[in-house]
Design a protein around this ligand. Structure first.
Ligand SMILES: [Zn+2]
Ligand SMILES: [Zn+2]
Length: 409
């Protein structure tokens, strides 16, 4: 892609102005971010948040569509005669965590908080939306996608099932997530597999209960389950190519209530992750085979409920390279990691990247003392989005739009 080369404006001035413009309006959107933070909402229940997003987008002249994925919002803006279109996605949902930051704008809801920074992602995209509408120089169509329910509930997929990309075709799509531990405002890119697939497996072993003193008259699902826990690890060690990542975590093994009773059943709950589509298929095949064979060898039977969650998030090379160029132009090469490490977490933007080429970008939330709550890991009760990123993230989106949809001539 050579979009970045099609604009002839004096680059440095333009980029400097863009950052300045976003810093100038930062206070307004830091206030929005804190307002959303104070009123967190769980997945598919982002009523207040989506109202706020829709009202703001409408006020700036976007054509607003609601209802995709329930509480999803899409703001569309066209300028000029350009026929190309770009999609940018932010997530809006919070987590079932009791906030412990002690901040003045801490969650007003018991047991719910924005502990993943989706309040910040929404605010960054709103800040970009205002600038794009009022000062953005581009020709084409911008689709700003505010999705519900990223945290495990697949809001991205739901929006797609409701016709997102049929109603709002995009040549490319981008999203951004904050990353504690990386320096504030640094941008991290990666092409290829960047985040793991995440599948959930529930195994129920059916044995024959009995007296703990007479095990020969029973079929013990606890012994079978224990063998399965150990056997599963041999899949990672002996079936998966050592050059590929795989995780099989048995997070729960539940059986029995008394020391002298062999129970009828045992239940195992697994989290299965990989960074490769073929490895994901192999894991499902081997887990299924091993569990049934192990169960049979212990004289019990197994029911396996294998739930495919989020797929591997694969960033497309050309779009990632385009985003890299924009990142370096905006914050300078010293603040850009051109090829960051893959992460074992998962993310439902992966569904969108299966349908439309694009890239998922990380923005440093801060590291170490002096960065306040910014260095605290996401999903922790002490976490907070770093407000200094509102201007940087928004400026990145604005510049990305202008570079992707250049005004010709
Ligand atoms: Zn999260
Ligand atoms: Zn998140």
């Amino acid at each position: 892609m050579d979009k970045a080369d099609t604009v002839n404006a004096p680059r440095e001035t333009l980029v400097h102005d863009k950052l300045q413009a976003h810093h100038a309006q930062a206070d307004e959107f830091i206030a929005v971010r804190r307002d959303i933070h104070r009123h967190p909402e769980m997945g598919y229940k982002e009523y207040r948040t989506s109202d706020l997003v829709a009202e703001q987008l409408s006020a700036w002249g976007y054509q607003v569509t609601r209802g995709l994925g329930g509480t999803g919002v899409v703001g569309q803006l066209k300028k000029g005669m350009g026929t190309e279109s770009i999609g940018i996605r932010a997530d809006m949902d919070a987590l079932p965590i009791e906030e412990a930051t002690g901040l003045p704008y801490a969650s007003c809801k018991v047991g719910i908080m924005h502990a993943c920074g989706h309040d910040g992602h929404t605010a960054m995209l709103l800040a970009a939306a205002k600038h794009i509408a009022q000062q953005g120089v581009f020709s084409g169509t911008v689709n700003l996608i505010f999705q519900p329910a990223e945290e495990g509930l697949g809001g991205a997929k739901k929006m797609m099932e409701d016709g997102l990309f049929q109603q709002f075709p995009c040549q490319a799509i981008f999203a951004m997530h904050n990353m504690p531990g990386q320096p504030q405002g640094h941008l991290v890119l990666r092409d290829g597999s960047a985040m793991a697939s995440s599948d959930y497996v529930t195994i129920t072993l059916h044995g024959k209960g009995g007296h703990g003193a007479m095990p020969h008259l029973a079929a013990d699902p606890v012994v079978a389950g224990s063998a399965i826990v150990l056997g599963l690890q041999s899949i990672v060690a002996r079936n998966v190519d050592p050059q590929h990542m795989a995780i099989i975590t048995v997070g729960a093994l539940q059986a029995g209530v008394a020391n002298n009773v062999i129970p009828q059943t045992a239940t195992l709950r697994l989290s299965v992750r990989s960074l490769d589509r073929d490895v994901r298929v192999l894991l499902e095949q081997r887990i299924t085979e091993l569990v049934h064979a192990q169960a049979q060898s212990y004289g019990v039977t197994a029911d396996i409920d294998y739930q495919r969650g989020y797929p591997v998030l694969v960033n497309h090379p050309a779009e990632t390279d385009f985003a890299r160029t924009v990142a370096e132009e905006l914050v300078g090469p010293a603040r850009v990691v051109r090829q960051g490490p893959a992460l074992t977490g998962s993310e439902d933007f992966a569904f969108m990247l299966e349908a439309v080429p694009g890239s998922y970008v990380l923005i440093g939330n801060g590291q170490g003392p002096g960065e306040g709550h910014g260095a605290c890991m996401v999903h922790n009760p002490g976490y907070d989005f770093n407000d200094k990123n509102v201007a940087v993230g928004a400026a990145f989106w604005s510049l990305l739009v202008e570079r992707f949809l250049p005004v010709q001539g």
